[in-house]
Write a protein that binds this ligand. Structure first.
Ligand code: HEM
Length: 147
């Protein structure tokens, strides 16, 4: 489902059962139906506040960064009036991740020409010197024999 789809609180409130469990957390609408049984805090706490904006409850528990990142995985849309720039820590974490990926790419691109250049210097330059030396010896030798 498109993560940018806009829902109102009353639409979210339609999904408050064990078989269909939605939340609003930091403006994100998340469908955690498939996660209910896996929730380390138990499914009951989730079902109790399902269909609501549970940002306060979510933050009060002090959920880990991993838990915050899970919100992105289960996100099905955003709450009406919410702009993505108001995003919580998970958004920041996600953008940090993509920055890291960009840095890695830049590193690889920058790093690539160096070994190629080195290989050229280390392989061809001695070959060129040796070639010139033997070439010179051959030519001078040939001249001596010929004369
Ligand atoms: C809706 C999205 C939610 C997700 C993805 C989620 C995820 C998690 C995760 C991964 C943990 C393990 C501990 C950690 O990593 O922080 C956890 C623990 C817990 N969660 Fe949630 N949670 C959600 C919502 C909620 C809500 C709304 C409540 C309360 C109403 C809640 C109550 C708890 C409790 C009580 C624990 C156990 C904490 C502990 O043992 O110290 N969670 N949750």
């Amino acid at each position: 489902m498109e993560k940018g789809r806009v829902f109102t609180l009353s639409q979210v409130a339609q999904h408050k059962s064990k078989k269909d469990c939605w939340f609003v957390i930091n403006g994100r609408v998340v469908d955690v139906t498939k996660f209910l049984e896996e929730h380390p805090g138990g499914e009951e706490v989730l079902i109790e506040s399902a269909g609501k904006d549970a940002t306060k409850e979510f933050d009060d528990i002090g959920h880990s960064k991993a838990a915050k990142e899970m919100l992105l995985k289960y996100q099905v849309g955003v709450l009406q009036g919410y702009s993505p720039s108001e995003g919580g820590e998970s958004e920041v974490a996600a953008s940090k991740e993509s920055n890291k990926a960009k840095e890695m790419k830049a590193f690889v691109i920058k790093d690539d020409p160096v070994p190629k250049y080195k290989a050229f210097v280390e392989f061809f330059v001695p070959l060129l010197v040796a070639g010139s030396f033997f070439g010179y010896r051959y030519l001078t030798g040939a001249t001596q024999i010929g004369s």
